[in-house]
Ligand binder design. Structure first.
Ligand code: F6R
Ligand code: MG
Ligand code: MG
Length: 381
């Protein structure tokens, strides 16, 4: 069996939170080269989106492997050292612990891992995002694997017609559930329409019993108990031959739907599909970006990437994202641009509540309060 792992972390930004410094990418590249030479990995690529580095790795150790996770952890420690040396912003931001123990769960870096037996031809797409959260993949995954208006294969391909099974995580209660679609489509949507809490973790074909998609589901603020940076998720989708075609997998991103992210991780903003060259959010620390790297996996090697959103067919989505960004920005500090109070990554509310606690009066006494403050001079003039 082959495993495709994307392990990612923000270990420092250049400039601010907008991009990764080339020296950090070069360091990660050196570490990958060594790991391939040592035969820990069959193959690997370094990629980035915004201020996050992704290690895209092919190996035979399975998901949650201590060796692979420890290798990624050590690589990110090395890129952190580079960030510290250059005085880059937020050096080591996503490394929440001083030491590695067993696997990366709860330590900060995000990871999506998918184990499969390589098909004669194995097209995969690795999506990397910046300035958003894991639930950002809910809408496109629903469209790819459950919406016949997006994916005609669900209607006209014998190998897809029976549908797909969605595994959903409840990130607050730390539990998971499977929804059998299309039979349970409406149940699924009730949950994944609330992406801050319910996140699609995996999707499996009912006909082929093949896993088609895997996401990273870690939420840094839930791990650390306080804001430590956005989660900036990654997604792996296998394509074709009974799984959605490459075009069906990319099509949901032709609509610049809004996601939680952008400035201070506390605003809704449109999700902009971009080429690798344009994956550096700088307007209002956004708009949130997504890149799509296409690979053919062959004999354990990664042929690619093809920069799939470089296609001008996504220009309209980018225009739409800019229009939606203008529209949302005009709301300033008001919802729905600003996130609901409970989802803010930064807040002054707790301190504010304490400071003005005594000034709140029951509404029933409102008339009395305003009468008491009425100027008395009016009656005497
Ligand atoms: C980071 C992010 C940014 C920062 C913002 C303030 O992923 O979303 O919008 O939250 O630039 O950063 P600090 O508090 O580090 O000055
Ligand atoms: Mg950052
Ligand atoms: Mg980031």
């Amino acid at each position: 069996m082959t495993t495709l792992s994307i392990i990612k972390a923000d270990t420092g930004g250049f400039v601010g939170h907008s991009a990764v410094h080339p020296d950090m990418l070069a360091t990660a590249q050196d570490w990958l080269r060594t790991a391939i030479g040592d035969r820990l990995l069959l193959d690997g690529k370094v990629a980035s989106c915004g201020d996050d580095i992704s290690l895209i790795m092919i190996h035979e150790h399975g998901p949650d492997s201590e060796n692979i996770h420890e290798f990624a952890w050590n690589t990110f420690r090395a890129t952190t050292q580079v960030a510290k040396r250059l005085g880059l912003y937020g050096a080591g931001q996503d490394l929440l612990s001083d030491a590695f123990s067993g696997n990366l769960r709860g330590l900060g870096p995000g990871y999506a891992e998918l184990e499969f037996t390589e098909r004669p031809s194995e097209p995969v797409i690795c999506f990397l995002a910046d300035k958003t959260e894991p639930g950002a993949w809910n809408l496109p995954l629903y469209k790819m694997f459950a919406d016949p208006f997006n994916t005609p294969g669900l209607v006209i391909d014998e190998k897809m017609h029976a549908g797909f099974c969605f595994e959903v995580y409840d990130l607050y209660e730390e539990k998971r559930i499977n929804f059998d679609c299309p039979a349970e489509l409406y149940d699924l949507l009730m949950f994944i329409g609330a992406p801050a809490r319910y996140v699609v973790h995996a999707v499996e074909s009912k006909t082929l019993s093949e896993q088609g998609a895997a996401t990273s589901t870690q939420r840094l603020s839930l791990i650390a108990g306080k804001y430590v940076g956005k989660d900036d998720p990654v997604l792996i989708v296998r394509c074709q031959s009974g799984l959605p075609a490459v075009g069906e997998v990319l099509e949901p991103f032709s609509f610049a739907y809004t996601v939680a992210g952008a400035m201070r991780g506390s605003h809704h903003a449109p999700f902009m599909p971009v080429s690798v060259e344009h994956a550096h959010p700088s307007r209002f620390d956004g708009p949130p970006r997504v890149v799509a790297l296409g690979f053919q996996v062959h004999d354990g090697t990664l042929l690619g990437p093809r920069d799939l959103f470089a296609d001008p067919a996504f220009d309209r989505a980018r225009d739409q994202a800019n229009t939606a960004m203008d529209y949302l920005r005009r709301h300033g500090p008001f919802e729905p641009h600003r996130l609901p109070l409970e989802d803010l990554e930064y807040t002054t509310m707790r301190a504010l509540e304490k400071r003005i606690a005594e000034r709140w009066q029951p509404m029933a006494d409102a008339a009395a309060v305003s009468l008491a403050t009425e100027p008395t001079s009016a009656t005497t003039v």
